[in-house]
Design a protein around this ligand. Structure first.
Ligand code: NAI
Length: 396
């Protein structure tokens, strides 16, 4: 039996990162800032230069803003070694993979890694949509494998979802969580199901906003205005989709939809598909739902109070229903669900806490009204809400 189970990770542990893209470089910086020695590896030509330039830029900015000292920046740099061969991962105690989102490629890299590291090295993937269990299945010791899902940018977003696969040893989960906590992150535990917590529960924020637009109730600017004004969200759904990138946001929706065997609750939209086809990807391409070119005039929302409230409540109740359903299906605990949405995507309040404030009966009745109107399974109220209404219960 390998000794993995008893391994305690700490700032003395050596951390290996595979993939030096957006996520891998961020995770490397987080670990090195906490004092861990980090080795990072990427197959792309020029990735080492790109990584070092990016790190230098980030650290210089932090020094300029007096967030860290020059000495600290130097020590972070000294802690990270960009390596050209996976053999340099031999002494790693924890390896986090953040390469391309492809099951076969990820499985292949873990087969390789397992032949290099020692038996007590913990293996983790930062995948946002693949099954942890399926990646772990390529390992000889799947019990040492766990999902460690950071949010973008990893240096700034506090949330990390920790996901055990079917064979993950419970002690590995505890050990992995402990080291990520020690990096100053907020960890929540999620069941190995599509989208884990955040990417599942957040779907209606985008999907329902698009649906409201498609039905002709309001335009993008009005929906964004309503959700910010009456929901208290920092960004409206269309601004956020443009910020994330419509290609990325559409792919996540499509993946979650497929993985849930075409559950209509997660159905992608033609509106967003066409945006992607037209290369209107959002800020990064200069145009998405909005025009970001110089001199472009931002569209004015229709600031109708009744319309605004109606729109934002519809989206909010759909989000609450999704959060209630995740709780019902034991995807995470009540506290972790609320923590995940506030720390992972900056929601102004935990959705279950919000449900109590709005009234469980009101949330349930709104869902039933939508269902009565549309007769679509997309609007079915969660059994959790039904039960709570019957029993007169609150989440808190
Ligand atoms: P990215 O495209 O920025 O970086 C991926 C890097 O992996 C590239 O530098 C590429 O050269 C390298 N790579 C590809 N195959 C490799 C291999 N076989 N060996 C070594 N390096 C290899 O992608 P990003 O955004 O950093 O995503 C990485 C992972 O993190 C994916 O699984 C993604 O689903 C997940 N993720 C992404 C988030 C995001 O917002 N971008 C958020 C959370 C998770």
């Amino acid at each position: 039996m390998p000794t993995t189970i008893n391994q305690q990770l700490s700032t003395k542990s050596k951390v290996g990162i595979i993939g030096a893209g957006a996520m891998g470089s961020g995770i490397a910086e987080v670990a090195a800032t906490a004092g861990n020695e980090v080795v990072i590896y990427d197959t792309a030509v020029g990735s080492s230069d790109k990584f070092h330039q990016g790190l230098d830029k980030n650290l210089s900015r932090l020094v300029e803003k007096e967030k860290i000292s020059r000495d600290k920046a130097d020590s972070i740099k000294k802690n990270i070694h960009f390596v050209s061969h996976l053999d340099s991962f031999k002494e790693c105690n924890l390896v986090i993979e953040a390469i391309v989102e492809n099951l076969q490629v990820k499985q292949e890299i873990f087969e390789k890694i397992e032949s290099i590291v020692t038996d007590d090295c913990i293996l983790a993937s930062n995948t946002s949509s693949l099954s942890i269990t399926a990646i772990a299945a390529s390992c000889l010791q799947p019990q040492r494998f766990v999902g460690i899902h950071f949010f973008n940018p990893a240096t700034i977003m506090p949330l990390v979802e920790i996901i055990p696969g079917v064979d993950t040893d419970p002690q590995i989960l505890v050990n992995a969580r402990k080291i990520i906590d020690s990096w100053g992150k907020v960890t929540v535990v999620a069941k190995d199901t599509p989208g884990f917590i955040v990417n599942r529960i957040a779907r209606p924020f985008y999907g329902e906003a698009i649906r409201i637009y498609e039905e002709g109730f309001a335009d993008f600017a009005t929906i964004d205005w309503a959700v910010k004004t009456y929901g208290g969200f920092k960004m409206g759904p269309f601004e956020l989709m443009d910020f994330i990138g419509n290609d990325i946001n559409y792919t996540v929706t499509e993946t979650v939809y497929k993985e849930f065997w075409n559950d209509p609750r997660y159905k992608p939209s033609f509106t967003q598909k066409r945006m992607v086809e037209a290369k209107r990807l959002g800020r990064k391409s200069g145009k998405g739902y909005y025009d970001y070119s110089e001199g472009a005039i931002a569209p004015e929302p229709n600031k109708d109070e009744e319309l605004g409230q109606h729109i934002s409540w519809r989206i909010l109740v759909m989000l609450i229903n999704e959060a209630a359903d995740a709780l019902y299906l034991n995807i995470a605990t009540r506290d972790d669900i609320d923590l995940a949405m506030t720390k992972g995507v900056n929601y102004p309040k935990g959705l279950l806490k919000w449900a109590d404030e709005m009234g469980i009966q009101h949330c349930h009745d709104t869902m039933d009204r939508l269902y009565a109107e549309y007769h679509e399974d997309r609007y079915r109220a969660s059994t959790q809400l039904r039960k709570m209404v019957r029993e007169g219960k609150r989440f808190y």
